[in-house]
Design a protein around this ligand. Sequence first.
Ligand SMILES: Nc1ncnc2c1ncn2[C@@H]1O[C@H](COP(=O)(O)OP(=O)(O)O)[C@@H](O)[C@H]1O
Ligand SMILES: [Mg+2]
Length: 340
Amino acid sequence: MPETADDELLNIEGLTIEIERRQDTVTLLDGVDLSIKKKRSFGIVGESGCGKSITVNALLGLLPYPLRVSGGRARFKTGAEELELLSLPPEKLREIRGREIAMIFQEPMTALDPVFNVEFQMCEALEFHRPGMGKKERSALCLEMLRKVNIPRPDQALKSYPHELSGGQLQRVMIAIALMNSPRLLSADEPTTALDVTIQAQILDLMNTLKAERDTSIIMITHDLGVIAETCEEVAVFYAGQVVEEAGAADLFHRTAHPYTRGLLRAITSLGGEKRELYTIPGMVPSGGDWKPGCRFADRCEQKMDKCTQAMPALMAAEGPGHRCRCFLWGDETETGGTV
Ligand SMILES: Nc1ncnc2c1ncn2[C@@H]1O[C@H](COP(=O)(O)OP(=O)(O)O)[C@@H](O)[C@H]1O
Ligand SMILES: [Mg+2]
């Protein structure tokens, strides 16, 4: 089916994030463009520190000081309306958060309050976004949501406190809370990283099922391409504050274009599979302020050429529709800006 602009739920253009330090200002995210489609799962993958979390946090005004958005647009299409998320006033963002866009995080324990039981916390989310709903109705919906996320003995779980549930159960509660208001977009930031592999596979299955049932779009953030393989239709690979490859998931895995993505592929922890010796890409992700001219991956790249340290490659067409790659193996286009 040909895609049209109508299929788009969120369009991010040139998103740039900086941090103010005492002496200088440093760029952490450098002109990121992303297009999230309705009812699809979009993966953001890259090693720790590449800018995945700050990207989604910026959308909902959740950047901690002294980080700030210094450029870009993020147009969120709710029905007939189009909202520019980056310039919405805080009270409007609060309305959107949880209702239109819900988030789940790596550590469910930190997102839940230890002194209140599950029911109280679920009802609180409903009270804020659906003030008209009666108490009985709210409790019934909470129970139904816990059933949907396959929590064993949901009535008992409803009365439990966070410390009485396992990590996997807590993450199910978080998913239940996130989906309770039927958001158009669910952002899941490393939702299974803290869980063991069997539970991880179950949670990903659950997210896939709920997405299909509820027509929710998902942004799945992970450092593990194995998670992307299980869940996503489109993928952007982040490296040092930039997108270095973007493609449909099948093309990313079968026509891998960027040497960095190939490195990530070798480092996959196969889901539910046997633990084997893990490959890690030699070297480290350079942090903001530490970017040299040229390709930011050059220092760690097995295919480095002379020009790689001289100019920044642009995102260039690679094999397959919409497949783009920031690497001179795919052409000679360079990009100005950045640190070049
Ligand atoms: N609160 C903060 N203070 C200073 N630097 C930060 C803060 N949060 C993130 N950063 C920096 O921003 C960059 C991107 O971070 P993040 O988005 O958390 O990476 P990822 O989610 O890909 O692991 C990193 O270099 C990180 O050190
Ligand atoms: Mg992160």
